[in-house]
Design a protein around this ligand. Structure first.
Ligand code: PMP
Length: 373
């Protein structure tokens, strides 16, 4: 008898359910192997990696980069970038709070709690429509005290898979600007929403067009599959070069007593890939393959549920974006999936679509149908 055990918890898998090391990463490692030394990086990390990483977020030909207005340091992946920013916020705006969407990646709460920054929440997800609660979100932005900090997911929102449309982002940007709020973007999934990192930076580009000063946490965990390498970047857009130098220096002073300087290997992989046009092209192709596989699995899961005659609407599976599907399953239904069908996911009903494969999608649909009957 074939026994299924499906793990739907947060990392990309190929269609055989296996972890993936990208070809561009393998090639970068081959190139690095011969001339790698184990010296320390500077406190701010690899200058080359940071330079390439800023281009992804702010744009290849960004004037802001040319004008040296961005303070940026290598960070311990997306988590480390968020934490460094939270500590920076506490040190330099000690009376400020952070507005966090409901729901959000659970670790956001831990990060700002441990940095001792008080948290407020803003409306984001609308359970009935399984989409964005846009009007309530705008109200919360308008009602927050002027100059508040807002944490925004740049794309592929975790856990909901619900992103604002371009129009909605423009409106969000407008209201955040009108109130003098500071937008901090967590961009853990650049490329995973649309398959194109450039398109997935759209929200950030809108804020830049509107003249915001923003912060960004970037991570290569998902889009380069470098989960365990802990490579990412924190950047803060400043008024001018002088301020950027000062902010970078302060970020380094925060990093110094925590970990002195960040690890070298992942940074070298990233800079090797992004500074070589052929390897970068290969990476973009591989990101698209991962995103397209996930999009395909959304269609397959919804199709199978409809084929089984489920009377419920499963449209949100294909409407939502990125790695996650916020299925609407209750904690009790999730428990039944675990106990009766050996399907594992977080109890809030979040399915990592990256764990769904052509081999298990039918079994999964069947199980979901059974527990939602
Ligand atoms: N932000 C969000 C929204 C995430 O989902 C994650 C990963 N689960 C991260 C940040 C951080 O991931 P990492 O530290 O591995 O880059």
């Amino acid at each position: 008898m074939l026994i299924f055990r499906i793990c739907l918890q947060g990392a990309y898998r190929d269609d055989n359910g296996k972890p993936v090391v990208l070809e561009c990463v393998r090639e970068a490692e081959r190139r690095i192997a011969g001339n790698l030394n184990m010296e320390y990086l500077p406190m701010g990390g690899s200058v080359k990696m940071v330079e390439e990483t800023l281009k992804l977020a702010y744009g290849e030909n960004s004037e802001l980069i040319k004008e040296k207005r961005i303070a940026a340091v290598q960070a311990l992946s997306g988590t480390g970038a968020c934490r460094l920013f939270a500590d920076f916020q506490k040190r330099f705006c000690p009376d400020s709070q952070i507005y966090i969407p409901v729901p959000t990646w659970a670790n956001h709460h831990n990060i700002w709690r441990d940095a001792q920054v008080p948290q407020k929440t803003y409306h984001y997800y609308h359970p009935e429509s399984k989409g964005l609660h846009f009007a309530a979100m705008i109200d919360d932005i308008k009602n927050a005290p002027n100059g508040s900090f807002f944490l925004l997911h740049a794309c592929a929102h975790n856990p909901t898979g619900v992103d604002p449309s371009e129009e909605q982002w423009r409106e969000i940007s407008h209201h955040i600007k009108a109130k003098g709020h500071f937008a901090f973007f967590d961009m853990a999934y650049q490329g995973f929403a649309s398959g194109d990192p450039e398109k997935d930076a759209k929200a950030i580009r809108i804020f830049l067009e509107d003249g915001h000063h923003i912060g960004i946490a970037q991570s290569y965990a998902k889009n380069m599959g470098l989960y365990g390498q802990r490579v990412g970047c924190l950047s803060v857009l400043c008024e001018d070069e002088k301020q950027a130098v000062a902010v970078k220096s302060q970020l380094q002073q925060l990093a110094r007593p925590m970990y002195s300087n960040p690890p070298v290997h992942g940074a070298l992989i990233v800079s090797t890939i992004l500074s070589d046009p052929d390897l970068k092209k290969q990476w973009l192709k591989e990101v698209k393959v991962m995103a397209d596989r996930i999009i395909g699995m959304r269609t397959a899961l919804r199709g199978n549920l409809e084929k089984l005659g489920s009377p419920l609407s499963w449209q949100h599976i294909t409407n939502q974006i990125g790695m996650f599907c916020y299925s609407g399953l209750t904690p009790e239904q999730v428990d039944r999936l675990t106990n009766e069908f050996h399907i594992y996911m977080t109890r809030n009903g979040r399915i990592s679509m990256a764990g769904v494969t052509t081999g298990n999608v039918e079994y999964l649909a069947n199980a979901i149908h059974e527990v939602t009957k």
